[in-house]
Design a protein around this ligand. Structure first.
Ligand code: PAF
Length: 281
């Protein structure tokens, strides 16, 4: 596996990989890789003859109150995992390559990025859309793989890809979960043992609300019950438990079309998110 940190070298290496005309797949990450990321890599290998993984802890998607410096960085271990998984190229740009002095462009997707995490974390999705657009332009993959755990992020990236005629095939991989059901996330490493147990209330609360709604209970009552479950397990504040249209992410008050139930709340100092599909009868 090649590891590259400058753009001319990346361009040359990508040209070499693409010379056989076979598809190239990209998995964008912020590192601190876990089994969820490795599942994205395996999916990339199914879609691409060549696989590039990027690791870049993107300062533009962290808010002023969010601790960018504390974000876990383990590049040597990550690189070993990717090499063992048969990745062709690790793209590891430093901040000054990604955002050189004078960088002045912002990619902002309206609509789908405005509610939910867009409201709770102002500027976050501009940061995501900007860096992902740059990664797409740098690597120029045929396919890119993202996890459905960050469901709103996936919707924002799909919208930008379509609106800006980027033309990459965007694949969403279902959320990878621990055996007990907790969604895999780099943030789980911040949880104490007691918090790790309590964290299970998030997938369980969403699952219970889904069951109730699919049985005919009102959206309002089912989501309120989910919030009570979260509160009872120590989650506070709860940013949202909201049923949304599965594609546009517009909030729904009646379950009359394919939907997604999304939740975000803090457990101690750690903010967790999760989501689940909800189907009308
Ligand atoms: O999901 C992530 O790890 C990041 O938001 C992404 C897509 C790599 C952009 O920085």
């Amino acid at each position: 596996m090649q590891t590259l940190s400058d753009l001319p070298a990346l361009r040359a290496a990508v040209a070499g990989l693409k010379a056989d005309g076979k598809p190239l797949a990209l998995v964008p990450t912020m590192g601190a890789l876990h089994d969820g990321h490795m599942a994205l890599v395996q999916e990339a290998k199914r879609h691409g003859r060549h696989v590039v993984v990027s690791i870049f802890v993107n300062p533009k998607q962290f808010g002023p109150a969010e601790d960018l410096d504390a974000y876990p960085r383990r590049e040597a271990k990550d690189a070993a995992m990717l090499a063992a998984a048969g990745v062709d190229l690790l793209w590891l740009p430093p901040v000054e390559v990604m955002y050189p002095t004078g960088f002045a462009t912002n990619v902002s997707v309206s609509g789908v990025s405005e509610g939910l995490d867009g409201a709770a974390r102002p500027g976050h999705f501009d940061g995501v859309a900007t860096v992902v657009t740059k990664l797409f332009n740098q690597v120029r993959p045929d396919v890119a793989i993202f996890g459905e755990k960050d469901y709103q992020q996936l919707a924002v990236i799909r919208q930008a890809n379509s609106d800006l005629d980027i033309g990459i095939d965007i694949i969403g991989l279902p959320t990878q979960r621990a055996e007990d059901g907790l969604a895999l996330s780099s943030r789980n490493a911040y949880l104490s043992e007691a918090e790790r147990k309590a964290a299970l209330a998030l997938p369980r609360a969403l699952g219970e609300a889904k069951r109730l709604m699919e049985k005919g209970e009102s959206v309002e009552s089912a989501t309120a019950k989910a919030m009570i479950i979260l509160e009872n397990h120590g989650f506070w504040p709860i940013d949202y438990v909201t049923l949304c249209d599965a594609v546009t992410l517009e909030p729904m008050t009646v379950l009359d079309r394919p939907a997604r139930l999304l939740g975000a709340a803090k457990l101690g100092k750690t903010r967790l998110i999760d989501n689940i599909a909800v189907e009308p009868k």
